[in-house]
Ligand binder design. Structure first.
Ligand SMILES: Nc1ncnc2c1ncn2[C@@H]1O[C@H](COP(=O)(O)OP(=O)(O)OP(=O)(O)O)[C@@H](O)[C@H]1O
Ligand SMILES: [Mg+2]
Length: 622
């Protein structure tokens, strides 16, 4: 039974007080909503009446419900600027180092405001206890988790940046990745969406490099020198860190985190991605690059230009959304990035992989890239959602989806809403449909040019267009503050990534201790995901709808997750039993491989006891 109660309809769900939502009626839209929600009940789904309103009436209805003005993409401006108005995110300001600085650069208040003071920057939410999930670790040596950043032995500049970012305590995944990376180990980390995996690698890597930057980093032009000329004073990019991610939007976002953590240091982050004009890419790299965030295609292109980029200094290669990157679609690029080119082959080259989902096949593939004694952190189960996302599944016939989504958008307080479709064509159609009905939508998918993609994402992030319609796979890793509602207009069938894709999509809401709602439209086409979906709903104590109730596991029975098909399930159960009060378990071989084969030394690890102590909240797994 769900903690949130069991509302009978999506409308009731969306107005549950626990979520701080106001009803559409409270927003003065009572009459208009009634016009469109007349229903005739069918066996499973309902039939929505098509409202007979003209364009102005639709607009008035949307405004009356509290949705903002709609804003169209300005193609005229775009064309007039030659398709490039210079406003690429990749050229956002970074901290520029002056050779005259000592060990720490001075504050730059204007930049500090941009990096840390943004009104759209996420802050920890009120329901953090729901992401305090037991951790399983495995590796060659004992790692003492750190909860307080101050105890982690981090470089003072990074520590100050953490403070500026408003991070008060380490999340479960960070508690282990930070010390493991500081000890120089290869790391694979799996933790729920929105639980700070990015900082989990960024903080320790930057901290480790910061003290040594003067020695390790390649020379850069001094941009403060009056004779500096960006065109002629270019250097070859010789990054110390390469972070590879599957999408452009994610690359941009991780660049922002790097900009924050590198503030007041001589480490210079750069981002390169497909769709960014090559000239812009080269100019940015030419200013010097210590931390390179890249999408795989663009990175491989640049690796073929040794006068622009060399990988010979790279000390850390980090693959975010690793299970996606290990997918066969990326095989060629990943091989090249992990081993090819002039990559630094020294023993001190550290490799890391992070994701919220990590199917067994991907875990097995990951091992081939890692040192034999790599460190593994798993928070809960690979592919687990958390209880801050209230998941609802509603039966909607295929031909009713458009009206159903329109109806749903009026059943809740207007707020950032992300709608996922399975095809680009459907994204376009739905965007047109909702936009023409007066709703402030924008949309994004792989066939849009980069300018449109950046504009759409920015409009969503800033709230100018609070409804973003996207083709599913784009969604991994996105971290937008205040996404109140994720709607799966189409559920991701196996062909579209299945249950793991579902976990990533719904994870765009309820991040870092906030709560959010995820509504999925289900019909007979979605049968292949049904059992997985029910398992996730039950695990997260969300209501299983009547039409799926036959798939519910028996009361008290263990839920059979697909990934736990071999020894792993047993081993995890053992690990859970052996977990200490702090929730830290040591699981030999729980990663789909015999412990001996991986060189895991049971003697080298111990369930941690020195961490939870009196600081642990009563209900916490820590
Ligand atoms: N220790 C912390 N305290 C407070 N906020 C944090 C902390 N660490 C990270 N955050 C914030 O939490 C949000 C989510 O972090 P992040 O995007 O790294 O999650 P993630 O685990 O990578 O999720 P996903 O699986 O969706 O990629 C970000 O806005 C980040 O700034
Ligand atoms: Mg992430």
């Amino acid at each position: 039974m769900s903690d949130w109660g069991a509302p009978a309809t999506p409308a009731a769900e969306a107005t549950n007080d626990a979520w701080g939502s106001a009803t559409a009626a409270e927003n003065g839209a009572e009459e208009t909503v009634e016009e469109t929600t007349e229903e005739t009940t069918e066996e499973k789904g309902k039939t929505y009446e098509v409202p007979t309103l003209n364009k102005d009436e639709f607009l008035a209805k949307a405004r009356g419900a509290g949705w903002t003005e709609t804003t169209a993409f300005n193609y005229a401006d775009f064309e007039a600027s030659g398709g490039n108005n210079g406003d690429w995110h990749a050229i956002s300001k970074v901290y520029e180092w002056n050779d005259e600085y000592g060990d720490v650069g001075p504050e730059v208040p204007e930049l500090e405001r941009i990096l840390f003071g943004g009104e759209h920057q996420m802050r920890k939410g009120q329901h953090y206890e729901n992401i305090d999930i037991p951790v399983t670790i495995e590796g060659p040596v004992k790692v003492d988790p750190v909860r307080n950043f101050g105890d982690a032995g981090l470089h003072p500049v990074v520590l100050n940046n953490i403070k500026l970012a408003g991070y008060t305590e380490a999340t479960p995944v960070q508690a282990y990745t930070i010390p493991a990376v500081l000890q120089g180990m290869d790391v694979v980390a799996i933790a729920q969406t929105g639980t700070g995996k990015t900082a989990g690698y960024m903080i320790p890597v930057i901290s480790r490099l910061m003290g040594k930057a003067k020695k390790l980093a390649a020379p850069k032009p001094n941009t403060f020198d009056p004779s500096y000329n960006a065109r002629f004073n270019k250097v070859k990019a010789e990054p110390l860190v390469v972070i590879v991610v599957p999408t452009r939007e994610l690359a941009i976002q991780i660049f922002d985190e790097a900009r924050r953590m590198c503030y007041r240091s001589m480490l210079r982050p750069c981002v390169v991605y497909g769709g960014l004009p090559m000239g812009v890419t080269m100019d940015e790299l030419g200013k010097g690059c210590d931390i390179l965030i890249a999408t795989p295609g663009r990175l491989c292109d640049l690796m073929d230009k040794p006068h622009v980029l060399t990988m010979s200094r790279v000390k850390y290669t980090i693959i975010d959304e690793a299970d996606e990157m290990l997918d066969s679609d990326w095989e060629e690029e990943l091989r090249k990035i992990m081993a090819g080119g002039d990559t630094n082959e020294d023993a001190d080259h550290v490799y890391m992989m992070f994701s919220a989902t990590f199917p067994k096949t991907a875990r097995e593939m990951a091992r081939q890239y890692m040192a034999s004694d790599y460190f593994r952190v798993k928070v809960g189960r690979a592919g687990q959602a958390h209880k801050n996302i209230r998941q609802a599944v509603v039966y909607v016939d295929q031909n009713q989806k458009r009206e159903a989504v329109f109806d749903l958008l009026f059943q809740m307080e207007p707020g950032r809403t992300l709608i996922f479709c399975n095809s680009k064509a459907q994204v376009d159609l739905l965007d047109d449909f909702l936009y023409n009905r007066g709703l402030p939508t924008t949309s994004i998918h792989g066939d849009r040019n980069q300018r449109e993609r950046e504009d759409a994402f920015r409009a969503f992030r800033t709230g100018k267009a609070p409804i973003l319609i996207a083709a599913g796979v784009a969604a991994r890793g996105w971290d937008v503050a205040d996404v109140k509602h994720v709607i799966n207009y189409d559920l991701p069938s196996t062909q579209y990534g299945g249950i793991n894709e579902y976990i990533h999509r719904i994870g765009r809401t309820a991040r870092i201790g906030h709560q959010g709602l995820a509504t999925s439209f289900y019909n007979d086409r979605d049968e292949d995901i049904a059992q997985h979906l029910v398992n996730v709903l039950v695990e997260c104590e969300c209501e299983v709808p009547e039409f799926l109730s036959h798939l519910k596991p028996e009361e008290g029975a263990k839920i059979e997750f697909d990934d736990d098909t071999d020894d792993e399930a047993e081993e995890e159960a053992e690990a859970a039993e052996g977990a200490d009060a702090g929730g830290v378990a040591v699981a030999g071989g729980a990663w789909g491989a015999p412990a001996a084969e991986e060189g895991a030394d049971a003697g080298g690890l111990a369930a941690d006891t020195g961490f939870n102590a009196e600081a642990a909240p009563a209900a916490s797994a820590w």
